[in-house]
Design a protein around this ligand. Structure first.
Ligand code: ADQ
Length: 500
């Protein structure tokens, strides 16, 4: 059976739903937001899919400890797939998730350390790493069990930096398994990766190399991975074919940019709630032009420099005073982590500085709204004139696609060259170096002054590109790669045949 029709088993830290109990003790399932769930759910339903994830709510944990190994059939919620929840002890989860995944791996891949002072690797990090290894092993064991229960060999799709060791552990348990791993983040270059302790760096690289196919959002990240992996003893790279060989196996390194659910998003944006919010925002903005940013309140998103660049633009172009507003919709994220809390305060303080320097009673140049407000974001996308997406580094960045898809004013996208989205959309955006305030300020000015025909041409180009990559393609192309790997594995290589 081709792997395009094979049962799908997905593994990710967070599952597609979180369970809770309602007042009568019945089960409620809340679907998680985000591109990953949207991109995978369709494919899961077609092929009897199972999604393995760590339990996150109390009810999740109760289900995880239940009779069927934490398996929940989603049929009762009108969906055609199953989830399997893994109960990870809280201290172990904390070390795996907060200390290693978000505290170290997220930081390394987005170049977040101020290296004069950080990071410091000590015995505590070493102990936390052991917990990361244990959680990854637990996931791999669960996947191996699913392989045993499946009537035909499944296709395993393992997600992201939380689960980098799963491919290798699963390969050890089931050498014939068909495994793809996808990295949603940026990937650090070779020399920055060398900040990591050898055990951690080799661990994650060799862990990922247990897969048949490694997927990345952009060529930048695929190349960085190739360079780091080929520096390991025993790993050979065929750069022309973007392939690595290790322990007699081939590992394909592929680029599969994720997309958004264009039809669903447009439907949501046309609904009464978003329409009302759009009207309200339009009243608020009056006859000013609108610069918008929509982000998780996240260190990588470069929010403070965004305000600094805006201030520089206002300082250089007093003729734009009172004619423009900057709306920042920031959704709180990891607020229990001190670095994130401080960064949130810095973002708000920087916006206040801009308002103090340039604003008066009638005109506040910046407005920051810190809350999770997805519908508000959809409304704002529709009416903005400029969308600023200037992350320091970003695996892809879905905002850069959502905005142009929903915008109705031929808005301009100002986009960081270090976002994976730049690799797809760059030619229709105004590109910026996210560290360069002058370049960003000039891009904001150019966007606001851009002639209408050019704005229309660029906006059309952007939405065409977004629409040309339907969300389901992301899964399909990964499965096609796995299928090619399967065929390659079964076909004897030509060299021995020629010699015989
Ligand atoms: P993120 O960095 O979380 O994830 P990103 O691509 O920035 O992903 O998307 C964020 C999502 O959150 C968007 O769908 C956006 O609409 C929503 N959002 C942002 N601000 C919001 C707000 N104020 N209120 C409500 N919703 C808000 C990772 C990687 C990315 C990669 C994705 C998908 O870091 O680089 O694009 O996964 O692979």
């Amino acid at each position: 059976m081709s792997l395009l029709e094979a049962p799908l088993v997905v593994a990710s830290n967070r599952g597609p739903v979180t369970f809770d109990r309602d007042d009568l003790g019945g089960l409620d399932a809340r679907r998680g937001a985000g591109g990953l769930v949207t991109a995978l759910i369709g494919a899961m339903q077609r092929v009897d899919g199972l999604w393995v994830a760590a339990a996150s709510s109390d009810t999740d944990r109760e289900l995880a400890a239940g009779l069927d190994g934490g398996r929940v059939d989603m049929e009762r919620f009108g969906a055609d797939y199953r989830v399997r929840l893994l109960d990870i002890p809280p201290e172990r989860y904390d070390a795996y998730y907060n200390r290693i995944s978000n505290g170290i791996l997220w930081f390394v891949h987005h170049y977040l350390w101020d290296t004069v002072r950080q990071p410091i690797f000590d015995d505590e990090v070493d102990e936390a790493w052991n917990e990361y290894v244990a959680v990854n092993r637990r996931f791999a064991e669960a996947l191996a069990e699913e392989a045993d229960r499946s009537p035909t060999p499944p296709a395993f799709l393992v997600q992201d930096y939380h689960l980098t060791l799963v491919p290798r552990f699963l390969r050890e348990l089931r050498p014939d398994a068909f495994i793809a791993h996808f990295s949603h983040t940026a990937i650090a270059g070779l020399t920055y990766m060398r900040i990591l302790p050898g055990r951690v760096r080799e661990g994650i690289l060799r862990g990922m190399l247990g897969a048949d196919v490694l997927g990345f959002h952009s060529q930048m990240w695929a190349e960085n991975f190739l360079m780091s992996a080929r520096s390991l003893p025993g790993v050979r790279a065929d750069l022309a074919r973007s392939r690595l060989s290790v322990e007699g196996r081939q590992v394909a390194v592929r680029i599969h940019p994720i997309s958004i659910d264009a039809v669903g998003l447009r439907q949501e944006a046309a609904g009464p709630e978003v329409t009302a919010l759009r009207r309200e925002l339009n009243r608020w903005r009056g006859d000013t032009r609108l610069i918008l940013r929509v982000d998780r309140l996240e260190l990588t998103k470069n929010i403070v420099r965004g305000f600094q660049a805006y201030a520089l633009f206002l300082r250089t172009h007093p003729e734009w005073h009172r004619r423009v507003r900057f709306l920042a919709l920031l959704s709180p994220s990891r607020m229990d982590v001190p670095d994130y809390l401080t960064y949130g305060e810095e973002c708000v303080a920087e916006a206040q500085r801009v308002n103090t320097e340039f604003g008066d009673e009638e005109w506040q140049p910046v407005e920051v709204r810190v809350r999770d407000d997805y519908l508000g974001a959809l409304a704002a996308y529709g009416i903005s004139d400029v969308l600023l997406v200037n992350p320091i580094y970003d695996g892809m960045n879905l905002v850069a696609m959502e905005g142009p898809l929903l915008n109705r004013r031929a808005g301009v996208l100002v986009l960081s060259r270090n976002a994976g989205a730049y690799w797809r959309l760059g030619k229709h955006a105004l590109a910026v170096n996210p560290f360069d305030l002058r370049e960003t300020a000039d891009a904001l000015y150019r966007a606001l002054e851009m002639p209408r025909e050019e704005r229309i041409r660029r906006a059309r180009g952007l939405s065409r590109l977004v629409l040309s990559n339907p969300a389901e393609r992301w899964v399909r192309t990964q499965l096609e790669d796995l299928e090619r790997a399967r065929i390659r594995r079964r076909t004897p290589s030509p060299e021995p045949a020629a010699r015989a």
